[in-house]
Design a protein around this ligand. Structure first.
Ligand code: HEM
Ligand code: HEM
Length: 170
């Protein structure tokens, strides 16, 4: 009988259902945070100036959604390390795969940096952290744009299954 060995170095052929759900849930929550934050800014100013805020509910929502993103990102990275992710398509130009991987790395970084700078700003009253949190948006939004364009280009220009494997459950 053959020994029951498993090749830990080989990448899975697709994303698991959980990885797909996590990707789109986190994407939706990030977009929500980027669109809905005006009242959070007002609440933070009130907090810095030590006045009671009328926007407490909005602040709780922003903190809750942002902290949920952080928790889901930890789960997601854990699954990425234990299960792995499908390999980039070997037929793509090397630059496309490099750009794709660099963008994924950047996006993962922001899934941690945004909540952490936000939490430090709010709970520690650290204005520098709030500045970084604000500036983060200026990098995060173009990175998401590039990432979405890349996904669409893989589907429509390079005609591979990158987008499909992030959309279809097994
Ligand atoms: C991935 C998660 C998050 C995203 C994408 C995000 C995004 C944003 C954005 C776009 C702003 C407006 C920045 C501006 O233009 O002034 C903002 C403000 C703010 N967020 Fe977040 N946020 C996230 C998580 C959090 C968390 C967990 C906290 C924790 C308390 C937080 C605290 C704040 C604070 C205090 C402000 C006001 C900063 C200021 O007005 O200077 N954020 N957030
Ligand atoms: C806030 C929004 C988003 C974030 C933070 C995000 C983040 C990520 C990350 C980190 C990965 C790498 C997964 C891994 O290998 O571990 C990924 C994969 C992917 N994302 Fe997004 N994403 C976002 C929005 C979108 C949108 C709008 C699209 C639509 C085109 C998209 C399409 C894809 C596809 C197709 C993959 C798989 C790429 C592949 O298998 O080569 N994402 N995303």
């Amino acid at each position: 009988m053959r020994p029951a060995t498993r090749d830990h170095t080989s990448a899975p052929s697709g994303y698991s259902n959980l990885q797909i759900v996590l990707h789109w849930t986190i994407a939706a929550l990030i977009i929500f945070q980027l669109l809905v934050n005006k009242d959070m800014q007002a609440a933070f100013n009130d907090r810095l100036e030590g006045r009671p805020t009328e926007e407490f509910g909005a602040a709780v929502l922003h903190i809750a959604v942002g902290s949920t993103i952080l928790l889901l990102a930890i789960v997601r990275l854990f699954i990425r390390r234990t299960r792995g992710v499908p390999a980039a398509h070997p037929d793509n130009p090397a630059l496309v795969n490099w750009l794709g991987q660099a963008t994924h790395f950047l996006l993962y970084g922001f899934l941690f940096l945004m909540p952490v700078t936000g939490l430090v700003a709010w709970f520690g009253g650290v204005e520098l952290s709030a500045e970084l949190h604000e500036l983060g948006r200026l990098v995060l939004i173009p990175a998401i744009g590039l990432h979405a364009l890349g996904g669409l280009a893989e589907h429509f220009v390079f005609r591979n299954d990158s987008l499909r494997r992030m959309l279809t459950f097994k």
